[in-house]
Ligand binder design. Structure first.
Ligand code: HEM
Length: 556
């Protein structure tokens, strides 16, 4: 017989109130951290590729979000690749580099690295010339690298191990509190599960603490040797620091709540621990925040209960198999739950992927999209193993009569459950690297500097840019979007026409380069104001024509 301690109504009510309070606290903490997008460079002075008659005294870069200059900051190089002394500083959205010396004629390259408010680094370069462009330009050897390779590798591994340990610890503690029977004969399984959970708690907290200085190195573009300096050790008041704190506090509470009586505390503690993951990362960068943050919390919470349940089952199956009714109940309950958990993990994962990547082309055209596809593929294999367990192995254990056949069936189920859990750990290690990849290529500065017009017809929006607005080759870039800003295919290929006074360059079709995205190169022969007409047939009856004046300057 299973003996369980039934909590009184009063205690239950108190526990539920505690749970609600803790969850509300998490929601407040999460909502209090403002969502912030990846910053993009919107303009520079001098402009990219500009040829200036005299040397500038300063260079300014303006972003669309506040940024801070990283330790490797901004560096200016001449055409020979020699460094020129500058003094760079960032304030709100603007980075300014004051140039000490008077620059000689020739081409210069400014390389910069800033950290945007969502804690991701952005590196790039700007080139301009004084007097006339140099015939050859040596690319600068430093400053624009996406970050130290060793730091990225170590950070990815630490994040992956942290995810696996955190989700295992939280899920196993929930399994102990809610699913594993408390009766006689289960002491060994309970003690073993608790030991594994405690080891996982320790690894998770250590990995999340280690993440703090490593994230600083990554953001600042420093190598592992940067650990010798004070900078990485002074950033505990940060999103990563808060995440480690929530994990330690939540797991601590969950460990205390592994009895049936305090099982709500275990659930609330585990929710706080894994919910803290939503404090930093891409889920803070892409909105709407009320959709993405709850999806992230649901994703990791369901994944934790799933992983913890599988490991708990693998640990306790041999002892469970000794007791027919208890074994059938426990395995049946978890198996039912696992189907729902898989559905929540997959649905929330798809929402995250959709919001973070933002287009079908990004799914196959970026490293982020490809790694996510690979991750989804492994989850597909896990789902097949889970289905095999659910419909073939679990019925065998439940229906087996007698200790021997039940133990045999339980042994097979244990093997399959271990495979499932092992594959989930691989998924988590992969996720550690996924979260550091850039999901959307930053829009190029040239695109930001082009002249832009927007037209809205029924439920379709057309955005057209033309630039750079100099005599010679110019690019017309058109994107057809729905009202939410997602690219859509128009009814027919758009066309572009250019005209000025009595010069008509004719009408030409644009070239489809991506979903709903079209470009065309046009050679503008004379300076002055040109009328550019972009015609987009969005339905059988709608054909909005966008007209914009393009001021064309002399010079190539
Ligand atoms: C259909 C399957 C899945 C899809 C489409 C999916 C998709 C995603 C996406 C798009 C993210 C956001 C990554 C970022 O911040 O850049 C994410 C995060 C994450 N996923 Fe999944 N996932 C899936 C299954 C799983 C499974 C099975 C697990 C665990 C066993 C898991 C664990 C995680 C974790 C721990 C994070 C990090 C959350 C954070 O740091 O906020 N995912 N997933």
């Amino acid at each position: 017989m299973t003996r369980s301690t039934r909590p009184s109504r009063g205690r239950l009510a108190t526990a539920r109130v505690v749970l609600a309070g803790v969850l509300a606290l998490v929601a407040v903490v999460l909502a209090a951290v403002p969502a912030s997008a990846h910053a993009s460079l919107v303009s520079t002075d001098p402009a990219e590729g500009a040829v200036l008659p005299k040397a500038p005294e300063r260079i300014t870069l303006t972003f669309d979000e506040p940024v801070s200059l990283s330790a490797t900051g901004a560096r200016l190089f001449d055409a020979a690749g020699d460094e020129v002394e500058i003094e760079a500083a960032s304030r709100d959205r603007v980075v300014t580099a004051a140039i000490g010396a008077d620059l000689a004629d020739g081409t210069y390259v400014l390389s910069y690295r800033v950290v945007s408010a969502d804690s991701h680094p952005i590196a790039g370069s700007l080139s301009f010339s004084v007097g006339a462009p140099s015939e050859t330009v040596v690319p600068p050897s430093a400053g624009t690298a996406p970050g130290d390779v060793a730091v990225r590798a170590v950070l990815g591994a630490v994040q992956g191990v942290g995810y696996a340990a955190l989700l295992l610890a939280a899920g196993l503690l929930v399994f102990l509190a809610w699913l594993l029977p408390t009766g006689p004969g289960q002491e060994v399984a309970r003690a073993r599960s608790l030991r594994v959970a405690l080891v996982a708690c320790t690894v998770a907290v250590v990995a999340l603490i280690a993440r703090v200085p490593l994230s600083v190195l990554y953001q600042q573009g420093l190598g592992l040797s940067g650990l010798d300096s004070a900078l990485p050790w002074t950033s505990w008041v940060s999103g990563d620091g808060l995440m480690a704190l929530l994990a330690a506090a939540g797991l601590g509470a969950a460990v205390l709540g592994t009895t049936r009586r305090l099982r709500y505390v275990a659930a609330a503690g585990s929710a706080v621990a894994v919910g803290g993951l939503a404090v930093v990362g891409h889920t803070r960068s892409y909105g709407p925040v009320l959709l993405v943050v709850p999806a992230d919390v649901a994703h990791v919470a369901a994944a934790a209960v799933w992983l913890g349940g599988l490991v708990g089952l693998a640990i306790s199956l041999p002892t469970l198999a000794k007791r027919d009714r208890v074994a059938a109940e426990t395995i049946g309950r978890f198996s039912l739950l696992a189907g729902g958990l898989l559905a929540v993990v997959a649905a929330a994962g798809l929402v995250l992927g959709w919001r973070i990547i933002g287009s079908w082309s990004g799914l196959v055209g970026t490293a982020y999209g490809l790694v996510l596809l690979f991750k989804t593929g492994i989850v597909g294999v896990v789902a097949l193993v889970a289905a095999w367990n659910r419909w073939v192995l679990v019925p065998r254990v439940v229906e087996a009569s007698g200790y021997g056949p039940r133990l045999e069936a339980a042994r097979m189920l244990r093997g399959a459950v271990r495979t499932e859990a092992g594959l989930l750990v691989v998924v988590l290690l992969l996720t550690g690297f996924l979260v550091n990849l850039v999901p959307r290529p930053a829009p190029s500065l040239a695109a930001a500097e082009r002249t832009t017009v927007t037209a809205v017809a029924d439920d379709v929006k057309v955005v057209a840019h033309v630039g750079p607005g100099r005599v010679g080759r110019n690019t017309v870039h058109v994107q057809v979007q729905d009202l939410a800003g997602e690219p859509v295919e128009p009814y027919a290929t758009p066309t572009v026409a250019l005209e000025r006074d009595d010069v008509d360059l004719g009408t030409r079709p644009l070239r489809n380069v991506d979903s709903g995205t079209y470009v065309s190169e046009v050679v503008v022969p004379q300076p002055g104001t040109w009328e550019v007409r972009v015609s987009v047939r969005t339905s059988e009856f709608d054909n909005p024509v966008l007209t914009l004046d393009l001021d064309v300057e002399p010079g190539g």
